[in-house]
Design a protein around this ligand. Structure first.
Ligand SMILES: Nc1ncnc2c1ncn2[C@@H]1O[C@H](COP(=O)(O)OP(=O)(O)OP(=O)(O)O)[C@@H](O)[C@H]1O
Length: 627
């Protein structure tokens, strides 16, 4: 390196934290560092091949792209070279000093002291930095294709790295030298290197070679060639899994994969994976789709926004087209009608496969749903053409079952006289289960779906119905249980209910007058069985949970006026009613009315309208009862 240009730079704070984790207690199988470095070298070759489509001279002097591993036992070094795209100074500082991934800080915070957790770090993928699991010193010489200046980079992984111009960098591409830690000498053994490459990197599309000693020829370690072009029968499950880890930069096993070839007017091959673990940034709006697009085996981009709908953004893998033009820009490619065609074909295939899984392996399907259901549901809102099929695939928590229920199962279990699909939204199914609004539904054994993903608030109104059955929120007063036949009750109970209603009529009128500025209406409730009161929304009004969510996010300023339902069968309500009918002191009853309303608000997860007055009223009440 040339001394004059040498500079020492600090790693971004997140990188330092990550390196600390990586170097100390990361994976039980450290050997995957080699997979990561070979994978990067292969990506670098892919990038060069793409760049050479428009600038063929970049490949001119050295057209055979390849990756070479060599060992210097005396120095305890493993060297990984590629003749791919290489890096210039900016690339080096950007790529090997910072982490561009969004949500890194949040991720590291989450990792906290659970440092050993392979699962978590595996979702994140540490790539190049995994070299520090086995190396005490990492140096790198590189020259970007088509550029004059070569660069040197080195670090021991503690806080900083050094960068300088280099005279000895390869003519093109990157050479990484790992000086191994004392306890990582085993990775200098040819037998181990052979085994590791065969295990993890056999599918790499470029030759991976082990440099021969002295005059010996290089030894080819992998099969090379695009894995997805081989017939399915020649690919083992292990090979599929390793390929997934390479394309997805993941450590988990895929939940399933689809490998298909389509011939005819448009020809393409696809190898798509559904991960088994939910990536940590699945809901990050910055997150990109990462199905890689190839044209005739040439990698084009892993950022073709129009190739997948965003509700399938959990997919990983490749699509390799025979028809797309090789030489158009990535931007123009996005809008090529063939991409739209590919997209709809992928959607059809993936949803078809999910339907098959749901039917044939329902238990396994549920594990998929638990990871990716909330994302798939975005499709209900975004892609109305698929909503029928997506609704078929959706699974829900419900009041009547422990596990998950499909809409078809729900409909099959509907009660005589029930025409609607009842649901309730909230944050936690267990809290919802105890909601007073559900009492009447429990009483008549009518199943209610419990929806707890934020997206549920949006797709339900957009979709409206399934199999001609409308979705109806139980928090709307309109969700009337009168029409549904009850198994436990007979006609005489209905007339009884009517007389109960008329008993509390005066109380209802009284509360209406007194609370007119705080509620829209007061009604004798048909649904409450054990709670004295609850709030509900009028049929045209915003659902309770949605209104609360919007308020939290500053999207709704005013308080929505609600309906107060009182339970005519509850002893407290009946007692109040009697008092009123017997001409009791009205001001005491007014306080009671206020307390009932606040109680309903609390049951709904809200604060009393005026906490100070609430507390005062409550104290007075307790005091009186003690006297
Ligand atoms: N051999 C190489 N040739 C050219 N560029 C490389 C090479 N190795 C790494 N890089 C650059 O460094 C970047 C960071 O690599 P790193 O392995 O840390 O992350 P990644 O491959 O982008 O993603 P992941 O962390 O998911 O593996 C790469 O995106 C690439 O730009």
């Amino acid at each position: 390196m040339s001394e004059t240009s040498q500079e020492t730079l600090s790693f971004q704070a997140e990188v330092s934290r990550l390196l600390d984790i990586v170097a100390n207690a990361l994976y039980s199988n450290r050997e995957i560092f080699l997979r990561e470095l070979v994978s990067n070298a292969s990506d670098a070759c892919d990038k060069l091949r793409y760049a050479a489509l428009t600038e063929p001279q970049l490949l001119e002097n050295d057209p055979e792209l390849r990756i070479e591993l060599s060992v210097d036992k005396d120095k305890g070094q493993l060297i990984i070279s590629d003749n791919g795209i290489g890096m210039n100074r900016e690339d080096l500082v950007e790529s090997l000093g910072t982490i561009a991934k969004s949500g890194t800080s949040a991720f590291l915070d989450k990792l906290g002291d659970k440092r050993g957790e392979v699962d978590l770090i595996g979702q994140f993928g540490v790539g190049f930095y995994s070299a520090f699991m086995v190396a005490q010193h990492v140096s790198l010489e590189t020259r970007r294709a088509g550029e004059e200046t070569g660069w040197y980079w080195e670090s021991t992984g503690h806080g900083s790295f050094t960068i300088a111009e280099s005279d000895s960098a390869p003519a093109r591409g990157t050479r990484i030298t790992l000086t191994m830690k004392e306890d990582a000498q085993e990775f200098l053994e040819a037998a181990n290197i052979r085994r590791i490459v065969k295990t993890y990197s056999d599918h790499i599309a470029f030759p991976v070679e082990l440099k021969g000693e002295g005059d010996e020829e290089n030894e080819r370690l992998n099969s090379a060639g695009a894995l997805w072009m081989r017939p399915k029968s020649e690919i083992s499950d292990e090979q599929y899994k390793e390929f997934y880890k390479h394309v997805a930069h993941a450590l988990d096993d895929p939940w399933t994969w689809l490998h298909f070839r389509v011939e005819g007017k448009l020809e393409y091959t696809g190898l798509l994976f559904i991960p088994s673990q939910r990536p940590y940034d699945l809901f990050d709006p910055q997150r990109k789709n990462s199905v890689r697009l190839y044209v005739k085996r040439v990698f084009i981009t892993d950022d073709c926004e129009t190739l997948l709908p965003s509700y399938l953004r959990f997919l990983r893998g490749i699509i390799d087209s025979e028809d797309l033009p090789l030489n158009i820009s990535r931007e123009l490619l996005q809008h090529n009608p063939m991409i739209a065609h590919l997209k709809s074909a992928i959607v059809k295939r993936v949803l078809g496969e999910l339907e098959r899984k749901a039917e044939k392996e329902p238990e396994d399907y549920v594990t998929f749903w638990e990871s990716f259901g909330p994302v798939l549901k975005e499709g209900l809102y975004e892609d109305r053409d698929q909503s029928e099929q997506l609704l078929k695939l959706a699974r829900f928590r419900s009041t009547r079952r422990e596990g998950w229920v499909s809409l078809d199962e729900y409909i099959a279990g509907m009660k005589p006289g029930q025409n609607e699909i009842y649901f309730m939204t909230g944050e936690d199914p267990e809290v919802l289960r105890k909601s007073p609004q559900l009492e009447g539904f429990y009483d008549k054994d009518v199943e209610v779906l419990l929806m707890c993903d934020p997206i549920d608030e949006f797709w339900v109104p957009a979709v409206g119905s399934y199999q001609e059955k409308e979705f109806k929120s139980v928090t709307r007063a309109g969700a009337d249980l009168d029409n549904i036949e009850s198994e436990s009750k007979d006609e005489s109970q209905d007339t009884e209910a009517e007389s109960e209603d008329s008993d509390v009529e005066a109380l209802v009128t009284f509360l209406k007058e007194n609370l007119s500025d705080k509620v829209k209406d007061v009604r004798a409730s048909k649904r409450l069985t054990s709670s004295p009161v609850c709030l509900s929304a009028d049929s045209g009004d915003l659902d309770l949970h949605l209104a609360r969510m919007l308020k939290q996010h500053g999207q709704l300023n005013q308080e929505m006026s609600r309906i107060l339902e009182v339970n005519p069968r509850h002893p407290l309500v009946r007692r109040l009613s009697e008092k009123l009918n017997n001409g009791a002191d009205r001001s005491g009853l007014e306080d009671m009315g206020e307390l009932l309303l606040d109680q309903a608000r609390i049951l709904d997860g809200d604060l009393p309208l005026d906490p100070a007055s609430f507390s005062q009223r409550l104290s007075q009440l307790v005091q009186r009862s003690l006297e």
